[in-house]
Design a binder for this molecule. Structure first.
Ligand code: AMP
Ligand code: MN
Ligand code: MN
Ligand code: MN
Length: 283
């Protein structure tokens, strides 16, 4: 337990805890440096900072930005999540986040329209209630949860496998801002651009290597270490890429709540010799 967790979610996106409860939980677990990184929204960060004022914990400005990149040889767009940390000028991210929220709200409606066609059931209003009317907070996780509670699927993962992931009937193509724009906006805000969970995009090793090279070329700063549950050979591949491109390293649990027991708040991987934690550059 190193007391640092730089990738977490609250109920501002698809996490379960409120920003206040998340900070309280982190304090109880001995976390001293925490970033709240909701999907495309910083709406919870000030609330987290306010709660932290009564405790011995530092809140780092954060957000997980949905982005996309392409590989000319495959003519295909790939999704990627960039965790932005420690912005000194958060107002510089406002336009990007506003655009992303608009895309997110529209996409939720489009996904629900597709679901209605195949399931003859309209989920949109029900999902909107779940996010207290904030359509721009809706993630595919919320939609998966509605499918689960309506017994369309038996497990959350099944909702992705049968309906929501690429190639499935309710998938809506990527429309997020591209990787270069994402990195540039983070830098304008004087933040650190971290490539989140590089092993969780279902990419081949060749494509992970391509993405790492591209991220480096476009000015990306750091890579997130895969969780300890990842295969040793996969973790070693990421360690080699970190060394090759001299990336700094970030650690985060990607905590969403106790319903996803493999991502526990505060449980983050340990750095290898020679790796430099992004927090060393926080001020
Ligand atoms: P969204 O940003 O709306 O596409 O939703 C992303 C969230 O959905 C992620 O943070 C995960 O929590 C979850 N998610 C995305 N893809 C999958 C998948 N294939 N299986 C399970 N959960 C997923
Ligand atoms: Mn999520
Ligand atoms: Mn993510
Ligand atoms: Mn996340």
């Amino acid at each position: 337990m190193q007391g640092i967790d730089l990738h977490t979610h609250s109920n501002i996106s698809d996490g379960v805890l409120t920003p206040e409860a998340l900070v309280q939980r982190a304090v109880d677990l001995g976390v001293h440096t925490l970033a709240l990184t909701d999907h495309d929204s910083m709406d919870g960060v000030q609330r987290a900072i306010n709660t932290a004022a009564d405790h011995d914990i530092k809140i780092i400005q954060g957000v997980e930005i949905s982005s996309q990149w392409s590989r000319p040889s495959t003519h295909k767009n790939y999704g990627v999540h960039i965790v932005a940390l420690n912005m000194q000028h958060v107002e510089c991210l406002e336009v990007v986040l506003c655009t992303q929220k608009h895309i997110r709200a529209q996409r939720a409606q489009q996904i629900c329209e597709k679901l209605e066609k195949v399931l003859k059931h309209d989920f949109y209003d029900e999902i909107l209630q779940r996010v207290d009317g904030h359509a721009d907070h809706i993630t595919r996780n919320h939609i998966a949860q509605a499918l689960l509670e309506n017994r369309v699927v038996n497990r959350l993962q099944q909702a992705f496998d049968r309906f929501l992931k690429e190639g499935k009937p309710a998938y809506v193509g990527l429309n997020w801002i591209d990787l270069q724009q994402t990195i540039d906006a983070i830098h304008e805000a004087q933040g650190i651009a971290v490539l989140a969970h590089p092993t969780r995009y279902g990419l081949s090793a060749t494509n992970i290597r391509y993405l790492a090279a591209l991220f480096h070329q476009l000015g990306g700063d750091a890579m997130e270490l895969p969780p300890r549950s990842e295969k040793a050979s996969t973790r070693q591949m990421i360690d080699r890429l970190i060394a090759e491109y001299h990336f700094d390293v970030s650690v985060g649990s990607d905590f969403h709540g106790d319903h996803l027991p493999w991502a526990k708040l505060g449980q983050t991987p340990v750095l290898k010799d020679g790796q430099i934690g992004v927090w060393e550059k926080f001020h």
